[in-house]
Design a protein around this ligand. Structure first.
Ligand code: CA
Length: 228
């Protein structure tokens, strides 16, 4: 999953980035409200961790309000030192998905991230299943008839984004955004290589990755395969 951390405290931001990176996420940091808006306008994130007290005149509350005003449903977890009940209620009313008061334990944040992502997936698509494949996002794996496929982190990321948008064309740019943060880029040829590798692992999975030439890729269920 691709996460954006909006946090002006360098120490907190950097430690969150490395911890969440180790947990397998692609993570970017914005240090103030303007950077956050720029980031959110320019890329698709699966989840935002948003500090409320930010320097430079634009608060986290304003970032959240603007995000929801333009119809974005990107899940947002507010992380803040302010812990008044009024503050909490206001933030949730504005459209935050959860709220965590500093200081917090990393394990609690990670549990909340999992819960919010689970809800987001459930709200959009129900359990994510395509053909005989089932997305097990908490375990970062995909099962075929109950057996986990052997996937590298990038192969998993590719299959994850295709499964979450099964039946629709996902562009190479969207795949790259899902797999990478800003410090990292993937050549189109690298994406083609991952697609090639994942395709070979979908033998008899009741699903296949189709190429929409010039546009991207689409995962679709395949009937005949399932009967074989
Ligand atoms: Ca702050």
């Amino acid at each position: 999953m691709r996460l954006l951390i909006v946090e002006d405290d360098t120490q907190i931001g950097d430690s969150l980035r490395s911890a969440l990176g180790r947990a397998g996420h692609a993570v970017d940091i914005a240090r103030n409200g303007a950077e956050a808006e720029h980031a959110l306008a320019g890329a698709e994130f699966d989840l935002v961790l948003l500090d409320l007290g930010l320097p430079g005149g634009k608060s986290g509350t304003e970032v959240l309000r603007a995000l929801r005003a333009r119809g974005s449903k990107t899940p947002v977890i507010v992380i803040t030192a302010r812990d008044g009940v009024g503050e909490r209620v206001d933030t949730l009313d504005l459209g935050a998905d959860d709220y965590l008061v500093k200081p917090f334990e990393l394990s609690e944040l990670q549990a909340r991230i999992r819960a919010v992502l689970r809800r987001a997936v459930a709200n959009t698509a129900g359990p994510v299943q395509v053909g005989r494949l089932r997305l097990m996002s908490e375990r970062k794996t995909v099962e075929c008839d109950g057996a986990a496929l052997e996937l590298s982190p990038r192969e998993y990321g590719l299959l994850e984004v295709l499964m979450m948008r099964a039946g629709t064309v996902v562009s190479k740019a969207q795949i790259e955004e899902h797999l990478c943060n800003w410090d990292d880029a993937l050549a189109e040829s690298a994406i083609e290589l991952y697609v090639h590798r994942v395709r070979r692992k979908l033998d008899r999975a009741g699903a296949e990755i189709r190429t929409a030439r010039g546009f991207g890729y689409m995962l679709v269920p395949v009937e005949s395969d399932a009967a074989a």
